[in-house]
Design a protein around this ligand. Structure first.
Ligand code: ADP
Ligand code: 5GP
Length: 200
């Protein structure tokens, strides 16, 4: 309505999960390069060591275990979990102020975190991304060149258990062709943004 002082509709909360190496970051970056609506990727906190290309505050907030534990105790996390031997968590400050401003938030989080967020915020859209075959995860992780052999083995071993939870998500996308998968995620997010506007 012209001249309305109504606050903007709450930005949608988009949960994206899938085994390590499936292509989540790559697909999300493609959607963010051409977003269907105002959209932001939540920057998680982690105790993992940064990869050579990663920047603190951009890819993750790289925190010591002590700082992470203090944030848990202070209730700063919407969710947090141990994943592949490190702590990861979504900070409320990365989500709530932006949603209140009408900006959609993408969470790239594991299956444990997704379960916690779904319980805390029933108004969410969850998407599980999978590869055409189990072999693809290992191949893609090797190709990315970011993990040593032990880390690759740990991540591939976790994939089976993660895949078993795929049916708990609202949508599943198979990342075979990157362009197709990115268009599918973009379309799901566009729908979620339209729904949020209708809800007000
Ligand atoms: P994740 O964030 O899920 O761990 P990444 O986005 O880092 O995965 O992708 C892992 C690797 O797989 C990267 O080297 C990326 O370029 C590659 N990749 C992504 N999508 C595809 C695809 N459809 N086919 C082949 N390789 C892909
Ligand atoms: P990576 O170490 O490859 O960046 O991420 C490993 C896994 O941690 C991925 O499955 C990713 O989705 C997950 N992850 C990243 N940030 C978070 C977070 O804030 N919370 C949870 N629960 N998982 C996360």
């Amino acid at each position: 309505m012209a001249g309305s002082t109504e606050p903007p509709a709450l930005g949608p909360l988009i949960i994206v999960s899938g085994p390590s190496g499936v292509g989540k970051s790559t697909i999300i970056q493609r959607v963010l390069a051409d977003p269907p609506a105002p959209l932001r990727l939540s920057v998680s906190a982690t105790t993992r060591t940064p990869r050579p290309t990663e920047r603190d505050g951009v890819d993750y907030h790289f925190w010591t275990p002590a700082r992470f534990a203090a944030a848990v105790a202070a209730g700063e996390f919407l969710e947090h979990a141990e994943v592949h031997g490190n702590q990861y968590g979504t900070l409320r400050a990365e989500v709530e102020p932006f949603r209140r401003a009408g900006i959609g938030i993408i969470l790239d989080i594991d299956v444990q975190g997704a379960e916690q967020v779904r319980a805390a915020e029933p108004r969410n859209t969850s998407i599980f991304i999978r590869a055409p075959s189990l072999e693809d995860y290992e191949r893609r992780l090797r190709q990315r060149g970011s993990e040593d052999a032990e880390s690759i083995a740990r991540r591939v071993a976790a994939a089976r258990a993660e895949l078993a939870l795929a049916p708990t998500y609202s949508y599943q996308i198979v990342n075979d062709d990157l362009g197709t998968a990115s268009r599918e995620l973009r379309a799901i997010i566009a729908q979620a943004c339209a729904r949020t506007r209708d809800d007000r």
